[in-house]
Write a protein that binds this ligand. Structure first.
Ligand SMILES: Nc1ncnc2c1ncn2[C@@H]1O[C@H](COP(=O)(O)OP(=O)(O)OP(=O)(O)O)[C@@H](O)[C@H]1O
Length: 284
């Protein structure tokens, strides 16, 4: 039997006065799938996620998460959802362990507190006040709070902002483990590599509109991922987009300098989609 999607955004729209900040956004996330929402600052990612979390009321359109309308959902629904909001900068007076122990009591099937602290790499900080920890360490506490209740759906809004590269990689492994348990994940991030590492599918949003929606390694269409061969010779720098890069390389005379064969990354595709929208706006 086909499962109902865990998350449905259907024509989600949010207006503030005359300004539309989320414009008719639709996507679904299957149970157990990890989905990334990408886009520049102010694109409407957090607003979209907050409508799915039940923290903002859509102007129009429908949000459904685990079969319920987040606006009307009850306590039981909320205990099945994990949320890592954008950092608020509020530093806590409680220690890391106190905070997690406190929240763990709210959930019927919470994770073990010390295991969770260990999983986010804060074992050495468990007895320290959250407010005295660094920004990146406080962000790890936010992540721990998001997963402590063993959520079925986990919302992660820019979870690794402020992480050093090592902490980011450790976080990716943690999220892979959480995903392997069957958790559905909606992630927003400015790190395209993070989306490539963690998500099956992604949506790119700019100016409130969904520009692209596909599997992470197909987003932007097959054409945008066609390999590019670049080299320099006596007549200058050359660039050829081709499905047969090996043939192009073989046909080059001699040993050209700066020869490279690139398969455009998600970041390249993202930048060209966002660049096209910005050019369109500038021309309007
Ligand atoms: N309460 C509000 N009243 C008016 N405008 C708002 C309100 N909340 C958000 N906005 C505007 O909505 C737009 C989308 O904001 P949102 O936070 O969803 O973007 P985002 O894609 O998450 O950005 P970032 O990557 O910077 O976090 C922004 O232009 C923001 O200024």
């Amino acid at each position: 039997m086909q499962h109902a999607p865990a998350v449905v955004a259907d024509g989600l729209t949010k207006r503030y006065g005359a300004r539309t900040v989320v414009d008719d956004v639709s996507f679904e996330i299957a149970e157990g799938e990890a989905f990334a929402l990408l886009g520049p600052n102010g694109a409407g990612k957090s607003t979209t996620v907050e409508m799915l979390e039940g923290f903002r009321v859509p102007t129009s359109g429908t949000a459904r998460v685990l079969g319920a309308d987040p606006q009307r959902a009850d306590r039981d629904w909320r205990s099945r959802i994990g949320v890592v909001l954008q950092p608020t900068g509020q530093a806590g007076a409680l220690t890391v362990r106190e905070m997690l122990t406190h929240l763990a009591r709210v959930f019927p099937n919470a994770r073990d507190v010390d295991e969770t602290i260990e999983a986010v790499g804060l074992a050495e900080h468990a007895s320290r006040r959250i407010g005295s920890r660094s920004g990146g360490q406080q962000r790890r506490v936010d992540v721990a709070l998001g997963i402590i209740g063993r959520p079925e759906v986990l919302f992660l809004d820019e979870p690794t902002t402020g992480f050093d590269p090592q902490a980011r990689r450790a976080f990716w492994q943690l999220i892979r483990d959480v995903a392997a348990d069957g958790t559905t994940i909606l992630l927003t991030t400015h790190y395209l590599e993070e989306a490539e590492q963690l998500a099956h599918r992604a949506g790119i949003i700019a100016d409130g509109r969904l520009l692209a929606l596909d599997e992470v390694d197909r987003i932007g269409g097959a054409e945008s991922r066609t390999p590019v061969v670049r080299w320099t010779d006596a007549s200058g720098r050359h660039e050829v987009r081709t499905r047969e890069p090996a043939s192009v390389v073989r046909s080059l005379p001699g040993e050209p300098t700066d020869l490279e064969v690139i398969r455009p990354s998600l970041e390249d595709v993202y930048l060209s989609l966002i660049g096209a929208v910005e050019a369109e706006e500038a021309a309007a």
